[in-house]
Structure formats: structure tokens, C-alpha cells
Design a protein around this ligand. Structure first.
Ligand code: HEM
Length: 427
């Protein structure tokens, strides 16, 4: 444990391994910046958007997206719904609106079968290949689109759309600054939910004069592109995969479903016609156990997160590791350690209610200064979406079992099949 905390701590001396991170992710994005000082400066720019306070302020905005998602399910009553794609569409529309002020419109796609969702799957499948042959991702970003789409289609597609969006935002910004600076604040936040978001992330990142006044450097164009690719990938498939795991286990365990429905029925009664607030939802103990268990069993980044031994070398137990040695840990082994979580493969929300495992062992978001920045958003998305789904619908699994839900590690986990359900309105 001490070794682990030495590797993944607040002021890290074990830095990220560039050979790995620059192969699988954009080199100028928050995830892949190696230098701690540069990383801290970038993290400070975006962290305020993911604080607990900022996420509470998104309550109305998150409800607007979740309601739209539920409406789409209502339109398919009695027919099988590709819920997994629905969750992905929901998280894409949430983060695209929060980033740029406009949703990608995935929740409006028939059958939640948007082209962007299909291309994102390609990106995940590309990750292992690019990990072993880093040249492929670089080539995909340099060669003409038709060739790039053959080499690494997911990365090529994301680079193209994110470059287009960032150029558009920079143009808009240039026009606005030449007009009235004050008016630009409201103009930059366009789109259907604009009134519900105080400020979008890219609006803040593009505000060069505002950042300079605070002594901060605004990211350049390549950094803005890399950051958008990162947030659109790390911030969507992860939460939607966790929602998939949650719903599959809830619907496979009638006693869990019943306890959850009872708790949500009480909440619904206490709220009357009002939608429950995120704060009220978070206080539900059983739902909180369901959310934690879903995060544990979905292992957001199941594989290795490599770090490099510093120039001083390091002693690990009785072994001396010379400088430059690449070391790593996998949260997968901790998430499924039977000493911490008895019957580790079982979905047991109760384990979080009485004598819960020590918080120090809960590592799906990693630890220290490189831990997940989106953690508060994840908890909000998952608890609010599950609350809405199980308050509004009676769901049944449709042609979905252990075989479909078996997953592989592509850097991010991906199931072999799809989560499908049928829905009827809940009385
Ligand atoms: C269940 C959902 C999620 C899990 C389990 C998860 C897990 C993780 C983990 C383990 C890391 C550290 C990776 C490393 O050390 O290389 C990480 C980093 C990161 N995550 Fe998440 N994540 C989730 C959702 C999200 C969401 C929703 C967002 C954004 C909206 C996000 C944005 C990021 C970013 C930007 C980083 C890099 C942080 C840095 O290096 O400063 N993640 N995440």
C-alpha cells in the first residue's frame, strides 16, 4: 500500500511514462502532460468546473439531459431499447454541452445509434493497437482522412471533429472580442441548455485576457484540440459503462431492484411534483451503495497506469529499482481483492452500508494529483440517471446475459455485447 501511495501521490516523484501516455492519448492533454508544474497549471484551469460546488450548480442542466433521455425511452415503450448506447448518448450530450455550449445531439438520434457513438467505439478498439505501435496514432493525425480512417479510424475521426469545433470557437471568439467584450459572455454560451450553465469550459479556456489577468496562460490551439479529444473520450464512455454495469446487476437481482425502488418511491413522495435535487438523491443510502458498487465493478481504467522510477532510484520491499524503471499498478486487482471485498465478483450494495471497506482501498479514480478530475460529475450522472430510470420505468433485461456483459480491457473496458431492455411506465 505504501508503495502504491508513493507512486500515485499528491506531489508525485514517480512521473507518468510518456511512452505509454503519448501513444494512447493526446500529448498536450491534461491526461498526458508529464511535467508536474505544467500539469498543475493546466489542471487549475479546468478543476473549478468539476468541483463539488460546480456540479451542484449543474443540477438543472443534468436533469434537462436526463429527462430528454427518459423521453426517448418513453417513445420506445414495449420495444427493446439499446440502453447502453442511450447512456453513451446521454454522457456525450452532457459533456459536449458543458465543454462547448452545444450538444452533439446524440440523444436525438433514432435508436441512440448516432454515428459519433459508433466512431467512439472505434476509438476504444484503436487504443491497444496504438499502445504497441505508437506511430499509428501519429500517422492517423497527419495523413489525409481516407487513409487515416483505415489506419486508426477512431483517433482520425476525433481529431477531425475536435479540430473543426476548436477552429469555430476561436473564430467566434475573435469576432466577439472585436465587438463588445461584455456581450460575448452570453453569446459564447449558445444551445438549448445554455441558460442552465453559468459558463462553458471552453468559454473559460478561450478567455485569454481573463486568464492573463489571473496570471494564467491560455492553452494554444493544439492544446485546446487535445483537451477536447480527451474530455470527449475520458468523460463519456467511462460513466456510460458504469451505468451499464449498474443496470445489468440491478435487473439481474430482484431483491436489489426492490430495495432501490422502495427507497426511490419514498423520495418521490417527499418531493411531490418537484424533481429531487442532486443533494437529496445523494443522501439515499441504498442508492449510494449501488453507485459505489457499480463503480467498483466497472473498473473505469482496468489496466496499467505506468509511472517511471525517479533519478534517485527506489526501494520496493527488498528490491532496488534503478532510475527509469517503469512500474505500475492495476485498480482491477484491488477492486477484486477478496480480503477487502469478500465475494468480490458479487454485486452487493450492502457492503457499503454496514462496516464499509476503508476508503483508502477505493481506487477506481486513482489517487493524488493525477486522479480523475471528473469524479464529482460521475457520481452526479450515475446517481441521478439511476434515480430517474427506476422512478419512471419498470425495466426488464432483453436478450442480455453474462455473455453479452463479458468485457475486455482496451485501456477502457468494453462489453462483448449490448445492454438491451424493455421499458414500461411505472405506476
Ligand atoms: C466511472 C467513471 C470514471 C472513472 C472510473 C475514471 C477513472 C480515471 C482514472 C483511473 C484516471 C487516472 C488515469 C491515469 O493515472 O492515467 C482518470 C483521469 C482523468 N479523468 Fe477520469 N474516470 C471516469 C470518468 C471521467 C469523467 C466523466 C471525466 C470528465 C468529464 C474524466 C476526466 C478525466 C481526466 C481529464 C483525467 C486526467 C486527470 C489528470 O491527469 O489530471 N473522467 N480517470
Amino acid at each position: 500500500m505504501l508503495v502504491l501511495y508513493r507512486m500515485y501521490k499528491q506531489n508525485p516523484t514517480f512521473l507518468k511514462d510518456p511512452n505509454f501516455y503519448h501513444a494512447i492519448s493526446q500529448p498536450y492533454s491534461l491526461m498526458s502532460i508529464i511535467d508536474p508544474v505544467e500539469h498543475r497549471a493546466r489542471r487549475e484551469l479546468v478543476a473549478p468546473f468539476f468541483s463539488k460546488r460546480a456540479i451542484y450548480a449543474l443540477d438543472g442542466f443534468l436533469w434537462s439531459k436526463i429527462e430528454r433521455f427518459c423521453l426517448r425511452i418513453t417513445e420506445c415503450m414495449g420495444q427493446p431499447v439499446m440502453l447502453q448506447d442511450g447512456f453513451h448518448s446521454l454522457t456525450v450530450d452532457i459533456i459536449s454541452t458543458y465543454l462547448f455550449g452545444k450538444p452533439f445531439g446524440m440523444l436525438d438520434e433514432p435508436g441512440f445509434n448516432g454515428q459519433h457513438i459508433r466512431n467512439m467505439e472505434k476509438l476504444i478498439v484503436n487504443i491497444p493497437m496504438c499502445k504497441h505501435f505508437p506511430i499509428l496514432r501519429k500517422l492517423a493525425l497527419k495523413l489525409p482522412m481516407p487513409i487515416a480512417m483505415r489506419i486508426a479510424p477512431g483517433f482520425a475521426y476525433m481529431a477531425e471533429i475536435c479540430t473543426g469545433i476548436v477552429k469555430e470557437l476561436l473564430d467566434l471568439r475573435a469576432k466577439e472580442t472585436s465587438l463588445d467584450e461584455k456581450a460575448s459572455v452570453s453569446k459564447s454560451v449558445t444551445g438549448e441548455d445554455s441558460g442552465l450553465i453559468h459558463q462553458t469550459i471552453y468559454h473559460a479556456l478561450l478567455d485569454q485576457s481573463g486568464l492573463a489577468a489571473k496570471g494564467k496562460r491560455a492553452p494554444d490551439m493544439q492544446e485546446l484540440i487535445d483537451e477536447s479529444i480527451l474530455f470527449l473520450s475520458a468523460g463519456t464512455d467511462t460513466s456510460s459503462f458504469t451505468l451499464t454495469i449498474a443496470v445489468y446487476h440491478i435487473l439481474s437481482n430482484p431483491s436489489i431492484l426492490l430495495k432501490l425502488q422502495q427507497e426511490l418511491a419514498e423520495l418521490k413522495e417527499s418531493c411531490g411534483d418537484q424533481k429531487p435535487s442532486l443533494k437529496a438523491i445523494e443522501k439515499l443510502p441504498y442508492l449510494a451503495g449501488v453507485v459505489k458498487e457499480s463503480i467498483r465493478l466497472s473498473h473505469g481504467a482496468p489496466g496499467r497506469l505506468p509511472r517511471v522510477v525517479p533519478s534517485t532510484g527506489a526501494n520496493v520491499g527488498n528490491v532496488y529499482l534503478p532510475p527509469g524503471t517503469v512500474v505500475t499498478m492495476c485498480c482491477y486487482y484491488i477492486d477484486l481483492n477478496a480480503d477487502i471485498y469478500p465475494e468480490p465478483f458479487k454485486f452487493l450494495p450492502e457492503r457499503w452500508l454496514v462496516n464499509p471497506p476503508a476508503e483508502k482501498w477505493f481506487l477506481p479514480f486513482s489517487k493524488g494529483s493525477r486522479s480523475c478530475i471528473g469524479m464529482n460529475l460521475v457520481y452526479a450522472e450515475i446517481s441521478m440517471t439511476l434515480a430517474a430510470l427506476f422512478m419512471k420505468f419498470d425495466l426488464k433485461l432483453y436478450q442480455t446475459g453474462p455473455k453479452e456483459m463479458e468485457w475486455r480491457d482496451y485501456g477502457l473496458p468494453m462489453t462483448n455485447g449490448h445492454l438491451r431492455v424493455t421499458a414500461t411506465p411505472r405506476e
